[in-house]
Design a protein around this ligand. Structure first.
Ligand SMILES: [Zn+2]
Length: 408
């Protein structure tokens, strides 16, 4: 039995002037079609729902764990009304159908709160609409569950023990940066502290933390939000993704006044992230004074332990990797069994690289030394790169070597 969908904040479109369109999208059948499609998608744990216009109707499909599958097809007669219903719900202008638009609404299914981000793009057979589904959860992920090596975890925990500083988590989109940040905040947050966060997507709600997000079409922008947050003097702050110079500056200044600041950055490498901060216009001495840690990470598909298949890490592989591996080192291939639905995989595993600026590295940052020089120095100080962590996890059978190398 499926839970019924309840719409929490169905915003009204501000510029609807056609009463005919309005009554059409409020038609019971149309509402049912939309509700049912969304309920089916949520029940299946879909990450996206696609409403794709075809010559003779509308195809509704969803993406579950990376693969697309059909939900249902809607007749040509109802095609436009279904799209318009979703545009009304997400606060878009339904009088405009020839421009891309974005919108947002929330639903409650059972006791689950779900945020839906809606994107519409005109196409030859009508508007194509995508709903990205964001399931909100209470943050219960702990640092020691992320899969960091014991030595990295201990070093990161030590860095978190500082009274203030900037903690950057880097990686491409979808690499689990938010999860790591929430787990870090859970680790440092004490009842006598004020914690505030600001992020366009709130993936988890953290008990005891005030969380805000920018609003479309209002003055509550990202930069305004960050400024407002810093003015409220939190002890622990989370400021989303660092996008541009102005925001980066606000972040760094915020990190000074006896607080811990957590932020995400889309960067491939922890030392490049340091360089990015400087390139964004942050004074190198501010970076050196405030940067506590940079954690660079990737998420890799986790091999099913029941059917993974070992093979020896021969000379050729070691030569290609440029690493000398221990005697009898092995890697693993994906198999397929009942436990993993014949996919060979089950869940994900994180691989990490932790950059901790030492006194010497900070001097080099202030002196604007090249990324390459910083990297060499960090290695001499014992920093372990993402590739090494990935190869170790592949040898331990968590993931395939190929997937590690693809993710770097
Ligand atoms: Zn299996």
């Amino acid at each position: 039995m499926q839970d019924k969908i309840q719409f929490d904040t169905a915003k009204k479109s501000p510029e609807v002037d056609s009463r005919q369109v309005r009554s059409a999208v409020e038609d019971k059948t149309v509402i049912q079609e939309v509700d049912q499609a969304l309920a089916d998608a949520v029940a299946a744990g879909a990450s996206e729902v696609h409403f794709e216009p075809r010559m003779d109707g509308l195809s509704i499909r969803m993406r579950v764990q990376g693969s697309m599958s059909g939900i249902k097809d809607v007749s040509d007669r109802m095609k436009t009304n279904v799209i318009n219903r979703l545009k009304v719900l997400s606060g878009m202008d339904i009088t405009k159908s020839r421009i891309p638009q974005t919108g947002f609404f929330k639903v409650t299914v059972g006791d689950r709160k779900i945020e839906l981000y809606v994107y519409v793009m005109p196409s030859i057979y009508g508007e194509s609409l995508t709903v990205k589904v964001q399931y909100k959860q209470s943050a219960t992920m702990h640092l020691d569950q992320l899969g960091m090596s014991p030595s990295s975890l201990a070093a990161y925990r030590k860095a978190l023990g500082r009274s203030s500083g900037l903690y950057l988590v880097t990686g491409p989109p979808g690499s689990g940066k938010r999860t790591t940040i929430y787990a870090s905040i859970l680790e440092v947050l004490k009842p006598d502290m004020l914690a505030m966060g600001f992020d366009p997507v709130i993936k988890y709600e953290i008990p005891g933390m005030v969380q805000g997000k920018p609003e479309d079409r209002s003055e509550y922008t990202f930069a305004e939000g960050i400024r407002a947050l810093v003015q409220q003097e939190p002890d622990v702050a989370y400021i989303g993704d660092i996008l541009n110079e102005q925001e980066a500056r606000a972040t760094i200044h915020g990190a000074f006044a006896k607080r811990k600041v957590f932020a995400r950055m889309t960067a491939n490498d922890s030392i490049n992230a340091v360089q990015n901060l400087v390139d964004m216009g942050t004074q190198p001495f501010l970076v050196a004074a405030s940067l506590a840690a940079v954690l660079n990470q990737r998420l890799i598909p986790r091999l099913c332990t029941s059917c993974r298949d070992p093979y020896p890490a021969d000379e050729a592989i070691q030569k290609e990797l440029g690493l000398k591996l221990p005697e009898n080192a092995r890697f693993y291939k994906a198999g397929g069994c009942e436990a993993c639905d014949n996919t060979g995989y089950s869940g994900v595993v994180g691989i990490f690289e932790l950059f901790l600026p030492s006194e010497e590295l900070n001097k080099m940052i202030v002196a604007k030394e090249q990324v390459q020089a910083l990297r060499q120095r960090a290695v001499r100080e014992g920093m372990s790169f993402l590739k090494v962590d990935g190869v170790l996890k592949a040898m331990a059978g968590y993931c395939t070597l190929e997937e590690v190398l693809n993710a770097l």
